[in-house]
Design a protein around this ligand. Structure first.
Ligand code: FDA
Length: 307
C-alpha cells in the first residue's frame, strides 16, 4: 500500500529536502550506502572481496545537464583506476545508470549516454574490469537495451539488468540469452502501470521464475539478483537441471541486505556478488529501499518521531 507513495516521493524535490535534512536519516542510509567518498568506500569493498564479488555503483540518476554527466564519467574513471591500482579489478565491476551519464537530457540524451558509457567501458577494459547497465523506469528500457547493443559491439562483456515485473521481460530474456551475454535479473524497483507491468507479488514472482528458466537454459551468464529465499533456491535447482557449474552463473544481493545469507551462499562455493552504492546522491536509491520493505519505513518513521 505504501510502495506507490514512497516511489512517487522518491522523485519529489520537496520530499528530498525533508528527508535529506533529517539528521537521523543518516543512520538508516548508512545501512544501505557504503560511504560518501571513494576513500571511505574502498575499505568496505576490500573487506567484502575476501569472500564475495562486488559491483560498485556511484550514486546519482536523472542528471539535468552535461556537466553533471561529465562528473559522473570522471567519478567512474577514477574509481576504475583505483580498482586497478588496488588489484581488485578482477573481483569488482561497476554498475552504471544511463540517466546519470545523460540519457534523460532533452537533446541527444541517448547519444550522449552512449558516448559516456563507452568512455566508462574503455576505463573498465584498461584495468580488466566489466560494466553492467542498471535498468530504470520502463520509459527507458528500449533506449537502454539499444545502448547495450551498441556497446557490446566493442565490449562484448557489458551486462544489463532486466526487471521481471515488466510484461516484456521474458521476451527480452530470450533475446539476451545468447553466448557472452550477461543479464542481471531483478524483480524491479519502480512504480510502473499495469499496462506494462505485473502488479501483484505472485505475478512478479512467477515471471521471475519464467525469466530465470530462460536465462539458465540459454548460453549467457545469468546473474540472479534477488534476496528472496525462494528465488535463490529455484536458481540452484535450475542451475543443476541445466548443468551449470558454480562459476557459470552468480547470485547478487544489495549491500546491507541479508548479509548472513550472502556469506552463507559464498561459503558453499557459489559466486555471490554484492551491489555496493556509494556517494552523496543517495536519496532515490534510499527511497526505493524503503518502498521495498515496510519494516524499513517503520524504523525510519520512528527515527523521525524521536527527533
Ligand atoms: P523481495 O522484495 O520479495 O524480498 C525478499 C526478501 O529480501 C524480503 O522478504 C526481505 O527479507 C529482503 N529484502 C528485500 N528488499 C529489502 C530491503 N529494501 N530492505 C531489507 N530487506 C529487504 N531494480 C531495478 O528496478 N533496476 C535495477 O537496475 C536494479 N538493480 C539491482 C541490482 C541488484 C544486485 C539487486 C539485488 C537488486 C536490484 N534492483 C534493481 C532491485 C530489485 O528490483 C528489487 O527491488 C529488490 O532486489 C527486492 O526484490 P527481491 O528479489 O529481493 O525480493
Amino acid at each position: 500500500m505504501l510502495r506507490t507513495p514512497l516511489l512517487i516521493a522518491a522523485r519529489s524535490a520537496r520530499c528530498r529536502a525533508l528527508v535529506e535534512h533529517t539528521p537521523l536519516t543518516r543512520g538508516l542510509v548508512d545501512r544501505f550506502v557504503a560511504g560518501e567518498t571513494l576513500e571511505e568506500t574502498m575499505p568496505v569493498v576490500t573487506g567484502l572481496t575476501r569472500d564475495r564479488l562486488v559491483t560498485l555503483d556511484h550514486l546519482g540518476e536523472d542528471v539535468a545537464d552535461a556537466t553533471q554527466a561529465e562528473a559522473t564519467v570522471a567519478a567512474y574513471t577514477r574509481l576504475l583506476a583505483e580498482l586497478g591500482r588496488a588489484g581488485l579489478a578482477g573481483r569488482v565491476e561497476v554498475s552504471v545508470k544511463l540517466s546519470a551519464v545523460g540519457q534523460a537530457l532533452p537533446e541527444d540524451g541517448e547519444k550522449i549516454a552512449l558516448h559516456n558509457a563507452r568512455r566508462i567501458c574503455e576505463a573498465a577494459a584498461e584495468v580488466g574490469s566489466t560494466v553492467t547497465l542498471d535498468m530504470e523506469d520502463h520509459t527507458t528500457t528500449d533506449s537502454t537495451l539499444g545502448v547495450l547493443r551498441d556497446l557490446r559491439v566493442d565490449f562484448p562483456w557489458v551486462g544489463a539488468v532486466l526487471q521481471a515485473y515488466l510484461r516484456r521481460t521474458e521476451a527480452d530474456c530470450r533475446d539476451l540469452a545468447g553466448p557472452g551475454s550477461r543479464v542481471r535479473l531483478c524483480k524491479g524497483a519502480y512504480d510502473e502501470p499495469a499496462s506494462v507491468a505485473y502488479r501483484t507479488r505472485a505475478e512478479v514472482d512467477l515471471s521471475y521464475v519464467r525469466c530465470m528458466r530462460v536465462l539458465m537454459a540459454g548460453d549467457g551468464y545469468p546473474m540472479i539478483a534477488s534476496h528472496d529465499p525462494r528465488m535463490v533456491a529455484i536458481a540452484g535447482a535450475l542451475a543443476a537441471r541445466y548443468e551449470r557449474s558454480p562459476d557459470d552463473y552468480e547470485h547478487q544481493m544489495l549491500f546491507g541486505i541479508r548479509d548472513a545469507e550472502q556469506r552463507r551462499i559464498a561459503a558453499t562455493g557459489r559466486r555471490m556478488r554484492v551491489y555496493v552504492p556509494f556517494g552523496t546522491e543517495w536519496y532515490g536509491y534510499f527511497m526505493r529501499r524503503l518502498a521495498e520493505r515496510p519494516a524499513n519505513l517503520a524504523f525510519f518513521l520512528r527515527s523521525l518521531a524521536g527527533r
